[in-house]
Design a protein around this ligand. Structure first.
Ligand SMILES: CC(C)(COP(=O)(O)OP(=O)(O)OC[C@H]1O[C@@H](n2cnc3c(N)ncnc32)[C@H](O)[C@@H]1O)[C@@H](O)C(=O)NCCC(=O)NCCS
Ligand SMILES: Nc1ncnc2c1ncn2[C@@H]1O[C@H](COP(=O)(O)OP(=O)(O)OP(=O)(O)O)[C@@H](O)[C@H]1O
Length: 195
């Protein structure tokens, strides 16, 4: 089974591109979805202990947690220390079951793939990218997003230019859905020729 790491900065179109991989038949792991599940389960007591008052009714209150960690580098690092090992566990379980199900290609959709050393766990990386003004326009169009929180998130993520330099494959989402879909299909076609 070939394992691809899919990443990209905020608003670059990572989730949309992950869906394209799934539609083309790849088994897709979504690290953000794994975090959402952990925030209703195993992570809750650990987060309540580290950040009192950020859980309610047995689940993490993302708004309250966000208010404590966004823009506070040390607090975010502490949160990552709790969350990332748990995410790694669910990623391993996903890969085991994809392998058992006979998947040929597995895609790990991980926002912080490069930042967390995830490159070492994949055969090749796919970076989803678009021009900075396209990214900015997309992100600021989201409800509850401000230029300040956009800046805080960007400052925690490796710059797009650096991600592109490290990528094995690029998917440009700035030219519309169809060209991006062709890029995804091209990656899978090239990989299938290797088998
Ligand atoms: C801070 C939290 C509660 C905010 O939740 P909220 O629902 O408001 O936002 P969401 O998760 O959609 O994130 C918004 C944007 O920030 C980015 N982002 C999230 N966490 C991080 C991080 N640790 N470093 C850099 N960027 C991050 C996301 O990729 C996304 O682009 C949440 O992002 C969180 O718990 N983050 C820590 C876990 C983590 O590292 N997740 C990302 C990779 S698995
Ligand atoms: N190929 C594309 N062509 C046109 N628009 C796109 C394309 N890919 C994504 N978009 C648009 O860009 C926006 C952001 O996409 P998406 O939610 O997939 O980004 P993301 O990188 O997963 O964001 P985040 O990191 O915040 O989770 C959405 O409005 C989506 O419709």
């Amino acid at each position: 089974m070939i394992v691809l790491g899919l990443t990209g900065s905020i608003g670059m179109g990572k989730s949309t591109t992950a869906t394209m991989f799934a539609e083309a038949g790849a088994a897709v792991y979504d690290a953000d979805a794994a975090v959402h599940a952990l925030y209703r389960g195993a992570a809750v007591p650990l987060i309540e202990a580290a950040f009192p008052g950020t859980t309610r009714d047995g689940a993490v209150d993302r708004k309250a947690l966000s208010a404590k960690v966004m823009g506070d580098g040390a607090a975010m690092t502490r949160l990552e220390g709790i969350v990332h090992p748990l995410v790694r566990g669910s990623e391993t379980a996903f890969l085991d079951s994809a392998r058992a199900a006979g998947a040929r290609v597995a895609v790990l959709d991980i926002p912080l793939l490069f930042e967390t050393g995830g490159e070492a766990r994949v055969h090749a990386s796919v970076v989803v990218t678009a021009a900075p003004e396209v990214q900015r326009q997309r992100v600021l169009a989201r409800p509850n997003m401000t230029p300040e929180s956009f800046a805080a998130i960007l400052s925690r993520q490796m710059a797009d230019a650096d991600k592109r330099r490290r990528a094995h494959f690029l998917v440009d989402t700035g030219r519309g859905l169809e060209p991006a879909r062709r890029a995804v299909q091209g990656i899978l076609r090239a990989l299938s020729a290797c088998e």
